[in-house]
Design a binder for this molecule. Structure first.
Ligand code: GDP
Ligand code: MG
Length: 406
């Protein structure tokens, strides 16, 4: 883009912090106080991100709190966040996940605003929080540092306006810009398979303007944008940079963190998706032998395997992340449990091919394999297991590692 093509765009904000420090409450509070007033209907539906107005400015919030989402996106090369809000409860303090969040955000090079939350609590101690944060090089401005602190009560809606103002201030220093007059591209924030509507993806536009009727490719998914729904649940025809929208019309649900691109036409979009599919397949060509949970213990004993590769398919992205996290924690000195792929939706033939090529097993959570996947799994001897309870899946893998699987 030429400098003259670039126009200011709103900041995209992610909320991180330790569990129970108030991330969800803060996101709800911002959404409710800022959006329900004045805008018809308010935000009626959760689409994974929402936009609010702060004076003349708009701010986009990613509606999935926590660094799991933040890092999952970054792992796929998607840096969507311009500013990170680090929530710390004033009656608690810096906790392990606070530190993790600080590290993730610093690694991403994203500016941090500290939201000291729960200031309504009698035991709130803002100075103690500032002191603790200073130990991690987040030094408040009034102490000579350059970190912005905002005191809030997410529950009571106090300090929200000030926090939003701080976000605008920090974003103004970043001079965020994008070219709105280009074929749109951006990032998938989340996606799901909707019974009635088919694959539904919430995307955040980074560059260009997305229109209904555009042909897009995202990973191995492609299609024409059939409809676009904004965070107020309204159907819209076009969307500019930093706008989150839900789109319908894709061939499958793309992964969160996957990028998307508008192509000249249907054919080029399909070709790009096909290329990605072929690339995935080629990567699978270094074929290995099938692994199964039933003889995992033996394979470990005999030194045949060091990595237990797993593919996780689930009905929602949140379950994928949760299962992945729990499975990888099972790693010990003998075997490294590695979730090599996660995805939302039915287990399909691609999953089975990936499993087959990477000696992986497949865990399906609240999803079923489609017919061709079932056939291929049988033919290739891929161990495909379906669960309705996360605990059962984790227990099975744990037992298999110890040779205790019945
Ligand atoms: P998350 O795990 O970080 O998403 O935290 P939640 O938003 O779920 O909040 C955890 C608990 O803290 C809930 O019971 C909230 O009602 C409570 N909480 C969140 N913000 C505040 C606040 O500003 N003041 C008080 N007193 N409680 C809060
Ligand atoms: Mg929460």
């Amino acid at each position: 883009d030429k400098p003259e093509d670039l126009k200011p765009r709103s900041p995209v904000v992610t909320v991180l912090g330790h569990v129970d420090h108030g991330k969800t409450t803060l996101l709800d509070s911002i959404r409710n106080t800022k959006v329900t007033t004045g805008e018809a209907g308010g935000i009626t539906q959760h689409i994974g991100a929402y936009q609010v107005r702060a004076n003349e400015n708009k701010i986009t919030f990613i509606d999935t709190p926590g660094h799991a989402a933040f890092t999952a996106m970054r792992a796929r090369g998607a840096q969507v966040t311009d500013i990170a809000i680090l929530v710390v409860a004033a009656d608690d303090g810096v906790m392990p996940q606070t530190v993790e969040a600080i590290n993730h955000v610093k690694a991403a090079g994203v500016p941090i605003i500290v939201a000291v939350n729960k200031i309504d609590r009698p035991t709130a101690n803002v100075d103690k929080i500032k002191q603790e944060m200073a130990n991690y090089n987040l030094v408040p401005e009034e102490w000579g540092g350059d970190t912005v602190f905002a005191e809030v009560s997410a529950l009571k809606g106090e300090g929200i306006d000030n926090l939003l103002e701080m976000i605008v201030l920090v974003s103004e220093m970043q001079e965020l810009k994008a070219n709105p007059n280009a074929l749109a591209s951006g990032t998938v924030i989340e996606s799901k398979l909707d019974k009635g509507r088919g694959p539904v993806a919430t995307v955040l536009i980074r560059r260009g303007t997305l229109h209904v009727g555009d042909s897009i490719a995202s990973g191995t998914a492609y299609g024409k944008v059939r409809a676009m729904i904004n965070d107020k649940g309204k159907n819209i025809k076009k969307a500019k940079p930093s706008t989150p929208v839900e789109i319908l019309g894709l061939s499958e649900a793309p992964q969160a963190g996957e990028s998307f691109r508008v192509m000249e036409n249907d054919k080029t979009a399909r070709n790009l998706a096909q290329q990605k599919l072929n690339k995935d397949k080629n990567e699978l060509m270094q074929n290995n032998s099938a692994v199964s949970l039933d003889d995992l213990f033996k394979s470990i004993q005999e030194g045949e395997i060091k990595d237990l590769n797993i593919i996780v398919k689930a009905d929602v992205q949140g379950s994928c992340e949760a299962i992945k996290h729990s499975l990888e924690k099972l790693s010990d000195e003998k075997v490294n449990v590695k979730v090599i792929h996660t995805g939302v939706g039915a287990v399909n033939e691609n999953d089975v091919m990936l499993a087959s090529a990477s000696s992986a097993i497949i865990i399906g959570f609240n999803v079923r394999p489609d017919t061709s996947a079932q056939k291929t799994a049988k033919k290739d001897g891929v161990d495909l297991r379906l669960y309705r309870i996360i605990y059962d899946a984790i227990e099975d893998v744990k037992k298999a590692m110890q040779g205790l699987l019945e």
